[in-house]
Design a protein around this ligand. Structure first.
Ligand SMILES: Cc1cc2nc3c(=O)[nH]c(=O)nc-3n(C[C@H](O)[C@H](O)[C@H](O)COP(=O)(O)OP(=O)(O)OC[C@H]3O[C@@H](n4cnc5c(N)ncnc54)[C@H](O)[C@@H]3O)c2cc1C
Length: 434
């Protein structure tokens, strides 16, 4: 089989590395740093001019998944490793809140700009070559392996060669192009996206004092009085900046409630228009109807619509809903999680909290069967719909990414495919503490 198409034969090869990471969200940053610290020559390609993906471009605003969950005991930090390290750097910079109650667990709110700075520093310190403003578009394959990828930037179309590839695009772009079967949500129904925004000039103690059910009732009541607020279960979260609230409130779908796909430009265009329209509607609602917001102003809107779910990559293993419900442990774990199932859909948000326990995310949920030198990490892991609605959050994406990067280093050292990596060797990287 020809390795390259006629067009690809004419493209220049601009870089040749051991490990190429596509995408610079939490999973991609962790993968690149993990592989580079393990001694690999690593490159990371990112379509924007900064890292963070949904945590910065989507302004998710908090690290979820660090803590245990309990109705009776005080939640404690469960997850360490690269997630703990990143949290430590945010703390050192004064850019993260103290643990804050969220249902039966805790989250920490962070400052997106500092998130980007920390990612820059970690990538540069570990020796990763970073190429921003560069879009992955295709793969070159030979004998069931990827030999190079086609990327495009203002320099033009070009090839980057590597021995091992990490798909951290959040959308499974590389896996899809390499012919790995992918699915979308539950029978095609993915979670709704959200346009996140921040309000300042808020009386924070007052604004955060209202019980959730009370706020939900205010939203529903407002809908009968000239407002159009599609989501009533909204999150009012204090940001690390004084007088500022992180608003995770909007819920974007087609008018007939049909979900939107991040892999369709037309859907994402609609989502951006509709997300911005909803931001103004929720802003009006907050100022008019929620005590504490009377003098607040719209301060910051996410640069892009926040996508919770896109392609799920079919892998050698799959995280099942029952694994989450029954807190299943695995000897092939790359990450622990006690984060709730938090599935945003047409009927609101389905929530389920584990109590004083956690489940494991197995390595095999990241390894696509057909392509020996390709691994995925982050929210593309192979999982059933509700299980994914738990495993997708930042702390776990950090750990999945770091494991994928270290797996790439082991595979490269031993000249083997990802499926043959000894998971026991990843153990020390998963739970280290700063
Ligand atoms: C609205 C919203 C709120 C959320 N709130 C929270 C929260 O409070 N706490 C929490 O922990 N989690 C939250 N999440 C979840 C969390 O932010 C994401 O699941 C996490 O960021 C996923 O990480 P990732 O690295 O897998 O993917 P992403 O964060 O999506 O990163 C993918 C990266 O790849 C890049 N990329 C994509 N395609 C290409 C391409 N073709 N070429 C080059 N680059 C490409 C993107 O620009 C991006 O930087 C939220 C998500 C959303 C949408």
């Amino acid at each position: 089989m020809a390795a390259r198409s006629q067009e690809q034969n004419t493209l220049p090869v601009t870089y040749s590395v051991d490990v190429l990471v596509l995408g610079g969200g939490p999973a991609g940053v962790a993968a690149a740093v993990g592989a580079a610290r393990a001694g690999m020559d690593v490159m990371m390609v990112e379509r924007y001019g900064f890292c963070g993906g949904m945590t910065t471009a989507g302004m998710a605003g908090a690290i979820c998944g660090l803590f245990t969950s309990s109705k009776t005991n005080k939640p404690e930090q469960l997850v360490h490793g690269f997630a703990g390290e990143f949290h430590h750097h945010l703390k050192t910079r004064g850019a993260v809140s103290e643990p804050y109650p969220f249902g039966d667990t805790r989250i920490v709110m962070h400052e997106p700009f500092v998130w980007k700075e920390i990612a820059d520093a970690l990538l540069l310190e570990s020796g990763v070559t970073v190429l921003f403003h560069t879009f992955f578009s295709d793969v070159v394959m030979r004998d069931g392996r990827i030999t190079a990828v086609v990327v495009e930037n203002k320099n033009g179309r070009q090839l980057i060669e590597a021995k091992y590839f990490v798909d951290a695009t959040g959308d499974g772009d590389v896996c899809f192009k390499a012919g790995v079967p992918c699915t979308f949500g539950k029978e095609g129904v993915v979670q709704y996206p959200t346009m996140v925004f921040r309000m300042n000039g808020v009386d924070v103690p007052n604004a955060t004092s209202h019980p959730g059910h009370q706020v939900e009732e205010w939203v529903k009541a407002a809908n009968g009085h000239g407002y159009h607020l599609p989501r009533s279960h909204i999150y009012i979260l204090p940001s690390p900046r004084p007088g500022e609230i992180l608003c995770n409130m909007t819920a974007v779908s087609r008018e007939d409630k049909h979900p939107l796909y991040a892999t369709r430009a037309e859907d994402m265009t609609w989502a951006e228009f509709e997300g911005r329209r909803q931001v103004r509607e929720y802003e009006r609602f907050l100022r008019d109807r929620v005590p504490g917001f009377e003098n607040a102003r719209l301060n910051d809107v996410a640069p892009q619509i926040g996508v919770r779910q896109s392609r799920t990559v079919t892998c050698r293993g799959k995280l099942m809903n029952q694994d989450v419900f029954s807190a299943r442990k695995s000897e092939r774990s790359v990450a622990k999680s006690a984060w709730c199932i938090e599935a945003h859909g047409a009927d609101g948000i389905f929530m389920f909290y584990l109590q004083d326990d956690y489940y494991d995310i197995p390595y095999d949920t990241l390894v696509p069967a057909p392509v020996a030198n390709l691994i995925t990490a982050g929210r593309t892991l192979n999982a059933e719909h509700e299980a994914l609605a738990s495993a997708r959050v930042t702390a776990q994406c950090f750990l999945m990414g770091y494991a994928a990067g270290n797996a790439a280093a082991i595979a490269c050292r031993d000249d083997i495919g990802f499926a043959a990596v000894d998971v026991a060797e990843l153990g020390p990287f998963i739970d280290y503490r700063m």
